[in-house]
Design a binder for this molecule. Structure first.
Ligand SMILES: Nc1ncnc2c1ncn2[C@@H]1O[C@H](COP(=O)(O)OP(=O)(O)OP(=O)(O)O)[C@@H](O)[C@H]1O
Ligand SMILES: [Mg+2]
Length: 225
């Protein structure tokens, strides 16, 4: 469960400050599927970066499972992120000297053998139509293929929270649907939290809770549950 109260984020540029998030409060239950939409520049990615513990809020309270997050303790933030959060962002940060399979294996924090990890990695790559790319050179992948590797990499440790920033932005409609089916299946199987930022109305409508973020303010549009 995630709870944020009166979260604010200001950015400073050349002595001017910009209020990007204004008193955002949000309670997210253990198995919620939320989609976040809204105009460009409204603060969606900033909110997701804060929820992913990558950016420090300017003020406000933030709890994961009743533990208050201390944004000053970088080591704990990294540990918490690695064990609990799957991040799917557009700058995929794959390691280019490793193959897709190796990129997944290196992200796994279980004590399984290399062989077991390799089987698991290949199963995940199969699910996103990359069976022929297990050992490809990362630099030879198309944008959409690299994005699919990064999506399954975020899932290797069965995270309690999956945060996606426009996960299907670089994909055609067939692969978009595959990714959405995969994310929703994983959410239903593992009972994790799934939060997706999207500009795609169709994906937005899939959310059980739908949130609209505009000029740093949050509105809950609809609950389908
Ligand atoms: N690191 C930063 N430094 C300064 N300003 C920033 C920074 N990150 C974001 N901003 C500003 O904060 C505002 C919100 O940006 P954000 O990326 O959260 O918007 P968004 O809703 O995700 O937009 P989009 O739909 O285009 O992705 C923008 O005006 C942006 O310029
Ligand atoms: Mg964005």
């Amino acid at each position: 469960m995630i709870s944020v109260k009166n979260l604010c984020k200001d950015f400073y540029f050349e002595d001017k400050s910009q209020s990007v998030l204004k008193n955002v409060s949000l309670e997210v239950g253990g198995n919620d599927f939320i989609t976040i939409m809204g105009p460009s520049g409204g603060g969606k990615s900033t909110l997701l970066q804060i929820l992913g513990l990558l950016t420090k809020p300017s003020s406000g309270e933030f709890y994961y499972d009743d533990n208050e997050i201390n944004f000053k303790n970088e080591k704990l933030l990294n540990l918490y992120r690695r064990n609990n959060i799957g991040l799917i962002f557009q700058n995929h940060n794959l390691i280019s000297c490793l193959s897709p399979v190796e990129n997944l294996i290196i992200a796994m924090n279980t004590k399984e053998s290399y062989k077991e990890k390799s089987i698991k990695a290949k199963e995940l790559l199969d699910k996103v139509g990359l069976s022929k790319k297990y050992n490809a050179n990362i630099l030879s992948l198309s944008g959409g293929e690299a994005q699919r590797v990064s999506i399954v990499r975020a899932l290797v440790n069965s995270p309690k929270v999956i945060l996606c920033d426009e996960p299907t932005g670089a994909l055609d409609s067939t692969n978009s649907k595959k990714i959405m089916d995969l994310l929703i299946n994983i959410k239903n199987e593992t009972k994790c939290i799934l939060i997706i930022v999207t500009h795609d109305e169709e994906i937005g409508r899939l959310g059980e809770r739908r949130i609209y973020l505009k000029d740093g303010e949050i509105y809950e549009v609809d609950r389908n549950i």
